[in-house]
Design a protein around this ligand. Sequence first.
Ligand SMILES: [Zn+2]
Length: 375
Amino acid sequence: MNKDRLVNQFMDMVQIDSETGHEREMADYLLETFKNMNIEATEDDTKEETGYGAGNIFVRLKGDADKTPVYFTVHMDTVAPGKNVKPSIQNDYIISDGSTILGADDKAGIAALIEAIHTLKESNTAHGDVEIVITVGEESGLVGAKAFDTNQLKSRFGYAIDSTGKVGTVVTTAPTQSRIEVDIHGKKAHAGVAPETGISAINIAARAISQMKLGRIDSETTANIGRFEGGTATNVVTDHVHLLAEARSLTANKMEAQSNHMKETFENVAREMGGSADVSIEVMYAALNAADDSEVVRTAVEAIENIGRTPDLISLGGGSDGNVFAGAGIDTAILGLGYENIHTTEEKMPIEELVKITELVVEIIRVQNDKEGGA
Ligand SMILES: [Zn+2]
């Protein structure tokens, strides 16, 4: 591994604007970079479907056919303000000038993968196929990952490199989440002249919500009404309100049961009160649930110990690209890479963690290589 090359690679990439939806320049840079390294990299054809700045980039570092392939996923988009990032190094941290984010989320992961490939090649380390998916639109709903055709992957397991926590952190569980959209319809009336002829959509929604189980449902399940809007003036019995809600659980059945409970409560109360409720439930992403004795977790644990860190297996409350790949049946865990204060202009990247995540990627591939092939 070449630390200066790694840091320079990272500094170069954070200076390329790639706010979500505007990934073109970054995608072109990556295609060019892999081409110069003589590595197969292609952009998929999902740009049209997603309407984002580019397709996802799929990289395949060819290895021995009898070795088990492994995949990694990272994302090329950043949150705003991410234009004209001016990185500098201060006290062993890479920081922005304070007017923008840094973009370590997730370009530190990309830099680690690029340096890991250089390292593998230069050390002539034997390995199986290493597949890398660099997505667009992660920050606005995992858009690129959802559009990516996972049939292109030979790997049956791998890692998203995109979590807070020092290198050594492994997210093994993260919930599935639903988005519940509710339209409640009542009947309009003058609130002073003839209130008895009206049916208040606000009252329907309020009564339904009061009958619902919400908040912490059990140790793996939560639910929330996040938005409630409607109504006009005090003298109008409101005939329509619009609500947005969610349910999450580490177990898909529980998330579905909670979502259906919310839907049915809105529908039943609306019916009882003479109105109606249109409720749609959309599953935003699947749960990520890697067992402690699964290959994906065991490989990570062994590699983390080999680079001198202590494995810390944790559960997350939200979803990421890793959930999407896990939902497609590819066993996935999410690796912490030590970035700090992400999604703020205080974002910073400890150089030590940048080095360690690169070591970890190399070590995961090496550990995997020492095992029996299964491809
Ligand atoms: Zn991220």
